[in-house]
Write a protein that binds this ligand. Structure first.
Ligand SMILES: Nc1nc2c(c(=O)[nH]1)N[C@H]1C(S)=C(S)[C@@H](COP(=O)(O)O)O[C@H]1N2
Ligand SMILES: [Mo]
Length: 455
């Protein structure tokens, strides 16, 4: 995170004034007033008989009589020679005008020696793929940039002979490339307590979607001579200090869905995402996607490791814990308009957002622009892929009055995303994880959008 950013500074010092609200408002206001200011300036100049001054004169050598100088004047970039290709051996970067599209840390979360979560800026993204540099992060014991030549993956347990693979050996095997979302079980957690964090980045930004490339885990198990008849579960273990260990049912692995990835969006995994090897467990909560994967053990019962006993379990109304709730249920969020954004004026807007389900494809997304009284079906953008983010869009004409915007997704199993009231009726009020309730954004009369909770 950019330590010099005034936005992040404000964030750390004054959580209540949270982020880009002001920045966004300023940008929108400038866009809106640009034309008016120009006309005003043009009139002022005409009245004093003076030429346009400073930068204005530079960019407006031709009298424009109130027209848009951005169209009337040929810009510098249309007249002169542009820059050459990026320096030899360089790696491309986004436009400098996009520099505030960043991962962000939440001032609301406990930070011990270092931050352990960063959120993806969902409100600024398009389509379904998360740029690798903006992928959310969750590190239980910090991240590492591991030397791939020294990294090893061991397959042991109920196998003929334990086998150790180097990365080169794994990359020789038949590969698959698939788009999948990864969502932390703690995504949207603070909303259980109606904390109402200000932006979609903080409410839903512990999700990302990439095209991952790697080798099905079943291939590696077969190469080690695994006892696939008597084996029931595998233990996946990471090589970082957290020794992240998770139990995964062999049935998921036998389907060929689970794979060991080295690729992400066309290049090698990012270090923050587990370079050089991570487990991809489509539809299952993020914690099972073990990063820096170093060992797979085949066994005949769940391992019940520390990470499974104390994390990612939900206390139910009856006092019992809900455990091994690993599938991420159907969920969606409107990303525009969303908290922290400001609508320019009444009129037309493209409502857009993301929907997903850990059980397969998203079948339908309905959107309400009146707090849930009426629903219209949104257009699903293609491709609609299983256990991947799905983009939806809907035409909307805002009448300028305060209103609440929501989305409600349904997946191919027929499961419909619940309201908070429905979810709490089943889960009570003591859950931390696995919140997939309908998100509400209040559009205020002045155009500012706020996070609100509707029961
Ligand atoms: N080895 C290892 N694997 C891990 C973790 C970790 O801390 N160490 N964090 C888990 C959790 S809780 C989540 S939500 C995801 C986060 O993946 P990301 O950082 O690539 O977004 O990785 C999972 N795998
Ligand atoms: Mo997580």
């Amino acid at each position: 995170m950019n330590q010099d950013s005034p936005i992040s500074g404000a964030l750390r010092k004054a959580p209540e004034s949270f982020l880009s609200r002001d920045g966004i408002r300023k940008v929108f206001a400038e866009a809106k007033n640009g034309r008016r200011d120009f006309i005003r300036n043009a009139f002022a100049a005409a009245a004093t008989g003076a030429a346009f001054s400073g930068a204005m004169a530079e960019s407006n050598p031709v009298p424009t009589e109130g027209g848009d100088p951005n169209i009337l004047n040929l810009p510098e970039h249309s007249k002169a020679l542009g820059q050459g290709v990026a320096p030899d051996g360089s790696y491309g970067k986004p436009s400098k005008y996009e520099s505030d599209v960043q991962r962000r840390q939440s001032p609301g979360l406990t930070q011990t020696t270092q931050a352990s979560v960063s959120f993806a800026p969902l409100q600024s993204l398009f389509g379904i793929v998360t740029p690798s540099g903006l992928h959310f992060e969750r590190h239980h014991q910090g991240w590492w940039d591991i030397d791939p030549s020294k990294h090893r993956l061991m397959i042991n347990g109920m196998v003929k002979s334990a086998k150790v693979f180097t990365l080169d050996e794994i990359m020789r095997l038949p590969a698959v490339s698939r788009f999948h979302f990864i969502e932390c079980g703690a995504n949207t957690a603070v909303e259980w307590g109606n904390v109402a964090v200000p932006t979609a980045q903080y409410t839903h930004g512990m999700i990302s979607c990439s095209e991952f490339t790697g080798v099905p885990l079943i291939t590696l198990l077969e190469l080690a001579g695994a006892d696939l008849k008597n084996g029931k579960f595998v233990l996946a273990e990471g090589a970082d200090g957290s020794s992240m260990t998770r139990t995964i049912p062999l049935s998921l692995i036998k389907s060929g869905e689970v794979f060991v990835a080295y690729g992400q969006n066309g290049e090698m995994l990012r270090p923050e995402q587990g370079y050089p090897l991570r487990l991809i467990v489509p539809g299952v909560q993020g914690v099972s996607w073990v990063k820096y994967l170093r060992r797979i053990e085949l066994g005949d019962k769940p391992y019940g490791t520390k990470d499974e006993a104390i994390h990612y379990i939900d206390l139910q109304p009856d006092g019992l814990e809900r455990q091994y709730t690993s599938i991420q249920e159907c969920k969606s969020v409107v990303t525009t308009p969303s908290g922290g954004q400001v609508l320019l004026d009444k009129g037309f807007y493209n409502i857009t957002g993301l929907a997903w389900s850990g059980r397969g494809k998203v079948k339908k997304v309905d959107v309400s622009v009146d707090g849930g009284r009426n629903w219209r079906t949104a257009r699903l953008e293609t491709p609609v892929l299983s256990k991947a983010l799905t983009r939806f869009n809907l035409d909307w004409v805002w009448d300028g009055k305060p209103t609440i915007v929501q989305s409600r997704a349904m997946d191919e199993t027929g499961f419909v995303q619940p309201t908070y009231k429905q979810l709490r009726a089943v889960r009570g009020t003591r859950s931390i994880y696995h919140n997939n309730a309908i998100q509400s954004w209040l559009v205020q009369e002045n155009g500012e959008v706020k996070n609100v909770q509707v029961a």
